[in-house]
Design a binder for this molecule. Structure first.
Ligand SMILES: [Zn+2]
Length: 318
């Protein structure tokens, strides 16, 4: 049995054929059309699904369903993308579109929850049946798996660690409130923290002084820190303290030990990982009685794609 997994990112679409062992038989990556118009996105997705099967021994008749990881707030019961800020759309019926077209079961989860599902069935979850997943990229998302089950909550918003308020009157978050973790520790926040520090006179030794300040990204800061730039290192330490603080709330509340940290900001970022780890001890209640561990995703960049496939493969009702 196979499924199709679709991982819709803000800028990339990854589509793959997944087998029952969570292996990606074949996958294709495409850029989201520049217009980000939903009709074009869906058209490109359908064309890519055709390409996927064009020179494969597997045909659509071998597929038991389509799992979708979508970038935004999702009503998983109805299969509706309620809001995708990157694509500027609301209330889009993803499930209906694909089930009408392919006449097979379709399941839709938010991409962060899908990543946790991927890890649950085919990654860290094989060793630990409770863990917390956190994505640190342009935004911050999280998903809580307890005793082998993903916790969705009443509104499907369980695990939204990015919008825990860490600092009263901190920077404005895109959710409209101030001082959320996302506004202090996402990739976007790292870049704007660096710009603010430079405007206030800080000197980053390993950032080109001629760079246009608006061109500074999280990657600029992360590379500088890894080149031993003291200012960049202390910026990452500050970011790490906020992430550790938020993760400590999860540990204290849910008593889970394993934190799986994914997302673009963590790639090639051993320092941030190390600083988060160091600070957990400071914030977690009864740290010595627990076995708190940080880990990278066992499925690498493919957690959401494999998780999307697993939505179908592991659904006992299908
Ligand atoms: Zn927020």
């Amino acid at each position: 049995m196979f499924s199709i997994g679709i991982d819709f990112g803000g800028t990339k679409i990854l589509i793959g054929i997944i087998n029952q062992d969570g292996e990606i038989i074949k996958s294709i990556k495409r850029n989201v059309p520049r217009t980000k118009h939903i009709d074009e996105i869906i058209e490109l997705t359908s064309a890519t699904i055709e390409d996927l099967f064009s020179d494969s021994k597997i045909s659509l008749s071998n597929i038991s369903g389509i799992g979708v990881a979508a970038p935004g707030i999702v009503d998983a019961d109805k299969g509706i993308l309620i809001y995708a800020p990157n694509w500027s759309i609301r209330n889009f019926p993803i499930k209906k579109i694909f089930s009408d077209k392919y006449s097979m079961p379709v399941k839709v989860y938010n991409d962060v929850n899908a990543a946790a599902i991927g890890e649950l069935h085919f990654g860290h979850g094989r060793e630990e049946n409770s863990f917390f997943w956190i994505t640190i990229s342009t935004g911050i998302g999280g998903a809580l798996v307890i005793n082998g089950e993903l916790l969705l909550g009443n509104s499907g918003l369980a695990g939204e660690i990015g919008h825990i308020i860490i600092e009263d009157n901190g920077p404005l978050c895109k959710c409209g409130r101030k001082g959320c973790l996302e506004s202090l520790a996402s990739g976007t926040a790292i870049a704007s923290l660096a710009r603010k520090k430079i405007k206030n006179g800080a000197v980053f030794q390993k950032i080109d002084p001629k760079i246009n300040i608006d061109e500074i990204t999280a990657e600029t800061v992360i590379m500088a820190a890894h080149a031993d730039d003291g200012e960049a290192i202390s910026l990452l330490e500050e970011v790490a303290r906020n992430i550790s603080k938020a993760l400590s709330y999860v540990v204290n509340l849910a008593d889970v030990d394993l934190m799986v940290i994914g997302g673009g900001v963590m790639e090639s970022n051993g320092l941030l990982f190390k600083f988060i780890d160091k600070n957990m001890k400071r914030y977690v209640y009864e740290y010595d009685q627990r076995n708190v561990k940080l880990a990278r995703p066992a499925l690498g960049y493919n957690s959401s794609l494999v998780g999307a496939g697993a939505l179908i493969l592991k659904d006992k009702n299908l």
